[in-house]
Design a protein around this ligand. Structure first.
Ligand code: PLP
Length: 455
């Protein structure tokens, strides 16, 4: 049986002969794919589960090679309703803004060059002023992401010393970032205080000794503890830190710069308020509520930020010209009247049910009646999360297409949407497939209608 199946396997050179249509592809890639595929088929043959004949095997490998002709990362329609979806690239950027940035930085740019004097400049200077003005901080810096910002701050201020953190704040931000692990990896000693649900100022007081390097305060942005709880406010920690001469570092995570509660987005702690409370350093993400590129922003006391800038880790986690240029744009989008339309993340997050209903109806009007009937599409009210651990308690108002198709399961329908020419990622809730409109970018209506019609 196995022997017969093994005989069906073509040789590498046999498939290579058929790969002529793809010759614009590097032949190393082609050979790589053929070998990898053949390995898989060989394993199946050895197990006796290979059902395909020689010609079909060759065909399968060729269509894989064809897939390799297209870029791996592509534009998709986010129908999950989650605006800050880490799997889908977090904060979306406006295409017109991206084009402007590409024009300015794709060639050479004055990244670290002071044009008036012709001398070496600082890459941080492109965003320092904006960040200081918006957050009220004495000094600022940007690094690769918030995880790097926390690592850098801990390592510089707490290496070989104890970092005091409440047991209620030892959060995990998606698997790869756990506060206790980051503390250890930055060379600090974790000093836990309090309990999961209750921590008091006296717990911190008792924990401070000669070995204390930092009091770390973490915004438990992606979960809430309810019921019999107590935590210590930042201003109390700051007072304690002052008295004992220990810097307080606040990992704020989502990093909101504006209060959008009037526009339906629940209020989160604002960066500028945390700065005002007197903490030494605040760190937050560039691609959460700020709506910018992946970045970690560190703002706070000048003496502390200056120390961080000299740490070799700062060089290892520095931002490239693209992130800094996008970050500059994102920071500029915050005007006196709040964020402008150029901040796509915030415009998506603040879009009202009324506006979404109108867009949903526009999309429906592009669909043939037969499609709407066959797929059983209706526009319904929905609630969505902001995503990326931001604003975990409250939901945002939204609208979604609900699908009740004839003769196809929700999971099959979801898969068809994901693998169509225009990939659409929706979600399944209670055996029903939905495409939420909250994170569908204005301008994608026609493409979405096309993707639905193509099912
Ligand atoms: C999201 C988050 C992080 C990690 O930020 P990245 O920019 O994704 O590295 C760290 N701490 C908190 C509290 C967060 O919410």
């Amino acid at each position: 049986m196995t022997q017969n199946q093994l005989k069906e396997l073509p040789s590498v050179s046999e498939v290579l002969l058929e790969s002529d249509p793809y010759k614009s592809l590097n032949s190393k890639y082609i050979t790589y794919i053929i070998k990898a595929e053949l390995d898989g088929f060989r394993r199946a043959a050895i197990k006796g589960t290979l059902k395909l004949k020689r010609a079909q095997i060759t065909q399968n490998i060729l269509s894989d090679i064809e897939g390799f002709m297209k870029p791996s990362m592509k534009s998709i329609i986010n129908g999950t309703g989650i605006v800050l979806h880490t799997g889908l690239g977090r904060a979306p950027m406006k295409e017109s803004v991206a084009k402007q940035v590409a024009k300015r930085v794709s060639g050479y740019t004055n990244l670290e060059f002071d044009l008036p004097t012709g001398t070496r400049g600082q890459r941080q200077n492109h965003v320092n002023g904006l960040l200081s003005a918006l957050t009220g901080a004495q000094s600022t810096m940007a690094v690769n992401n918030n995880a790097a910002a926390v690592l850098l701050a801990l390592n510089e201020l707490g290496e070989g010393k104890e970092v005091i953190v409440s047991r209620g704040q030892q959060v995990e931000i998606g698997g790869s970032f756990r506060i206790p692990d980051v503390i250890k990896k930055s060379g600090c000693i974790l000093k836990e205080v309090g309990s999961t649900n209750r921590t008091h100022i006296k717990d911190y007081e008792k924990a401070i000794n000669k070995k204390t390097g930092i009091i770390l305060w973490v915004h438990t942005s992606n979960y809430v503890v309810r019921g019999f709880t107590h935590d210590v406010g930042l201003s109390d920690l700051v007072q304690l830190g002052k008295k004992k001469r220990v810097p307080v570092v606040a990992d704020l995570g989502s990093g909101a710069l504006v209060d959008l509660s009037e526009k339906g987005v629940p209020k989160d702690m604002l960066v500028q308020d945390v700065v005002k409370s007197g903490v030494g350093l605040v760190t937050f993400s560039g691609d959460k509520l700020l709506g910018g590129p992946q970045a970690g922003l560190i703002v706070g006391k000048k003496t502390l930020v200056n120390k961080l800038k000299k740490n070799p880790i700062a060089r290892a986690v520095r931002c490239d010209k693209w992130s800094l240029a996008f970050l500059e744009e994102s920071l500029r989008s915050f005007g006196d009247d709040g964020p402008s339309k150029d901040n796509l993340t915030i415009s998506l997050m603040t879009s009202s049910r009324k506006a979404l209903t109108k867009r949903g109806e526009t999309i429906l009007s592009h669909l043939p009646k037969k499609t709407v009937d066959n797929l059983g599409i209706t526009l319904v009210e929905s609630d969505v999360e902001a995503g990326s651990g931001s604003l975990p308690e409250e939901k945002l108002d939204s609208m979604a297409f609900r699908f009740k198709p004839k003769g196809i399961s929700a999971s099959k329908l979801a898969a068809q949407f994901r693998t169509g020419d225009t990939a659409v990622v929706g979600y399944i809730h209670g055996n029903t497939f939905y495409i939420d409109l909250k994170a569908v970018i204005p301008g994608q209506e026609k493409d979405l209608a096309g993707a639905i019609s193509a099912i």
